[in-house]
Design a protein around this ligand. Sequence first.
Ligand code: SF4
Length: 385
Amino acid sequence: MTSPDSTIHETRDKIRDAKAALREEYTAAHNHPWIVGYSGGKDSTLLLQFVVETLLELPKSERRRKVHVVSNDTLVESPLLADYVDMMLERLRRAAPSLELPLTVVKTTPPLEQTFWVNLIGRGYPAPNSNFRWCTDRMKIQPTSQYIKSLASEAGEVVLLLGVRRSESARRAASANKYDQTGSRLNPHNDLQGCLVFRPILEFTTEEVWQILLQRRPPWGGTHREIITLYRNAKGGECPLIIDKDQAPSCGTSSSRFGCWTCTVVEKDRSMEGFIDSGVEGAEKLEPLLEFRDWLAVVRNDTSRRMMERRNGVVSYMANGQPVPGPFTFAARQEILDKVLALQAVTGRQLISEDEVDLIKQIWAEDAAENGRRIVRLAISQDNS
Ligand code: SF4
């Protein structure tokens, strides 16, 4: 049996090794920027803690390589987590100059034409489920990938630091084992050219992550108690920063409970339920959001709210001869938009932007015109036959 003392020593050794690896990589003889993936979850918080500590332990003259702390915002993030991440990023942004850290704090977001609302209400995509999860790539993978790609093309190469841990899931362990075979600390990213992946906290256990966070203060201000409370209230896990299709399956599952508040891939949003049950300040405003999410999960399967034709005008059939439901009807899209605008008024929180509403209306007009053209074409072809 392992004694508490040996566990403490093991953790101490792991911290020393992780920080030594960070220092060695940071002071390597090249100038490739670092990109630290930060989701606001416990693992990426620990990673950021180690990165900042390592930089602070270096003489100022050696803090030459740029470090980009990148967080992705789907624009439909779980509200309490989104507020927490914004606060942390702001603290980091403000602290960087006085700490003399070469940090750039960045928030990536999906482009206007690919937001959740533009696809759902504008194009009528049914709310995502495990068979049609159109959102992860558009709202999470692509925005961060674009940032990494542009930095890699500018700098020649970038090092992406991720707070993944082997003990977190079987999938993570399998991907870690694959990388282990290369025997290298830095491994080329599966899809992003010029991007090397570095996973400094791979060997830490969940208990160690919490223990270290409890014992340390973030050098950029505040305490880690806030994240501990957040997890306690949410009763759960996190949706990590996803920059890889291999990791995408964990998005929108019960193991990733800090996902989008609109997520209908999960059967129940347990983190939101946890927040509401906890009664924390602001939790009462989550209740109407949760009701909307539950409603969306039901109406996505209501065939009377779905068109028969897909957006390209094609009707597909299932094996039983029934048509595969297409996008939401125009009436359903209008109904959803009305509900979101009403929710916005009730919660006093911006849920959809004016630019999104404008683009949605433009897409409706284009779709209606295209439908009209299709009907005319069909009538002409029937006349000619
Ligand atoms: S959390 Fe859910 S809605 Fe958000 S990107 Fe992941 S699967 Fe999609």
